[in-house]
Write a protein that binds this ligand. Structure first.
Ligand SMILES: Nc1ncnc2c1ncn2[C@@H]1O[C@H](COP(=O)(O)OP(=O)(O)OP(=O)(O)O)[C@@H](O)[C@H]1O
Length: 437
């Protein structure tokens, strides 16, 4: 394939793009790609991994999936979400890799096209969705695909796992981003509220309707409607919702004329809607209408490697920005299941930061639920939880508690603990505890 043809093909792409050989060397590059990175691209010598990651070798030698390796193996397009070192910092990119064939069907190279993800970050200093675990990247990949189309998105994840944040990200990266994003909280909506909230009403439609009111569907005109906890919509209202989605029309309460609806649909539920369908609690036809593109939001315990970064992020956003968690405290957080997910983590960070006496937040500063014990601590020697703690964790909590207030010498404490002074020092060093904090 001729070089100027390849260059013209790359120039015609409105996203950052390169053409690379099977051994990662950049053979053509467009302006958008050059502008994305600080590293200078020299056609014929620069490699994609050196420019985007500042890595000395391919990504799969550095712990990340390489889309080129996948495409070389399958000779089909592949995609992956990576963190790139761009001129704007560490940025999430959705990478599409496509084999390019000549007229004889021989693969002559690969086209790499980047889509920068603006709503997420691997840098705790930003005000975006934070994370860098594989589960988080897999979720970003799906969010990015969904936002490029008009497909109805269903977000399924436990409470506090970030469904509303993801719904906003889908909206903000879609072509509707300059139009409204309207949230409809479905929990607790009865039939009359449901209709008047969604469709609005005309003056005099019911007692108290002294003026006409626009419904949320009209407010959202051209934008995105997010139905939160869609599983809580009672069966009789599910029919009305289905009619709205199928006909794109509705009639305000007390009105005669039909109005046209124009919105993109995003729904969320922490319940398993498919099993509700099986039990007859959720209409199957509505399920398939709203679940055009399901996205699973990982629970925090499925993305433990993000906990340290999230803690840093939430500390930096509040009044305790000068504080940090000890390694042991982060380890203890990673062992905890977080049923309330990120919302619970935010509360845990705030409580622990308040409890910490100095800049380092210790295991003993963590709320009781993290250590699986009741309000009365291990050190109090009473009412220790039924839950079994790892021995080293119990030892650490105990030492932190007593060392905080102990006023004697290390020799005296070692004697009371029935260990040598050297053993005591070793343990204090291991858990990063200072005597007489
Ligand atoms: N990846 C993330 N990075 C930073 N903050 C996050 C992230 N995901 C969620 N949060 C924060 O966690 C909190 C809970 O998120 P959100 O309200 O979106 O969860 P939810 O799944 O919609 O909860 P619910 O099921 O209760 O409606 C919010 O304060 C949100 O900003």
């Amino acid at each position: 394939m001729n070089a100027s043809l390849i260059q013209s093909m790359i120039n015609a792409i409105d996203k950052p793009a390169i053409f690379i050989t099977p051994d990662y060397v950049i053979q053509a590059v467009n302006e958008a790609y050059r502008e994305t990175y600080d590293t200078e691209v020299t056609v014929g010598t620069s490699t994609c991994y050196a420019v985007s990651h500042n890595n000395p070798g391919p990504c799969d030698n550095h712990g990340e999936d390489c889309p080129l390796t996948q495409s070389k193996q399958t000779l089909r397009p592949s995609s992956v979400v990576h963190i790139h070192n761009t001129a704007a910092g560490r940025t999430y990119c959705d990478i599409l890799m496509k084999p390019v064939r000549d007229e004889d069907g021989m693969t002559v190279g690969f086209l790499e096209i980047l889509d920068r993800i603006s709503y997420a970050s691997a840098d705790s200093k930003t005000n975006k969705m934070i994370g860098q675990s594989d589960a988080f990247k897999a979720m970003l990949n799906r969010i990015n695909r969904a936002s490029q189309s008009e497909i109805a998105v269903l977000l399924q994840g436990e409470t506090g796992s970030g469904k509303e944040l993801v719904a906003q990200a889908v909206h903000e990266s879609s072509r509707r981003k300059d139009k409204p994003f309207v949230v409809i909280e479905c929990t607790g909506l009865n039939e009359s509220l449901f209709e008047s909230e969604l469709f609005g009403y005309e003056k005099g439609a019911f007692t108290g309707a002294t003026n006409a009111k626009k419904g949320l569907i009209e407010v959202a005109n051209g934008g995105t409607v997010f139905f939160d906890e869609i599983g809580d919509v009672p069966l009789n209202m599910q029919v009305k919702l289905l009619r709205l989605l199928e006909t794109q029309c509705y009639r305000p309460v007390g009105g005669l004329k039909q109005k046209k609806a124009d919105f993109r649909l995003v729904c969320a539920s922490h319940k398993n809607l498919l099993s509700m369908v099986e039990k007859g609690e959720f209409r199957q036809d509505l399920y398939y209408r709203i679940a055009g593109f399901p996205i699973h939001l990982p629970a925090l315990r499925e993305r433990q490697s993000d906990i340290a970064m999230l803690c840093k992020h939430f500390l930096s956003a509040g009044e305790h920005r000068h504080k940090h968690f000890s390694k042991q405290a982060i380890d203890a957080l990673c062992r905890y299941a977080f049923p309330g997910n990120i919302r619970e983590l935010i509360s845990v960070v705030e409580q622990s930061a308040l409890m910490a006496n100095d800049d380092e937040i210790l295991v003993s500063d963590l709320p009781p639920q993290i250590l699986g014990k009741s309000e009365i601590s291990v050190a109090d020697g009473e009412n220790v939880s039924q839950q079994i703690l790892p021995l080293d964790q119990a030892e650490q909590v105990y030492l932190e508690r007593i060392c905080k207030t102990y006023e004697g010498t290390p020799d005296e404490l070692a004697k009371q603990l029935d260990v040598s002074t050297r053993t005591l020092y070793r343990k204090l060093q291991r858990y990063n505890i200072r005597l007489g904090n």
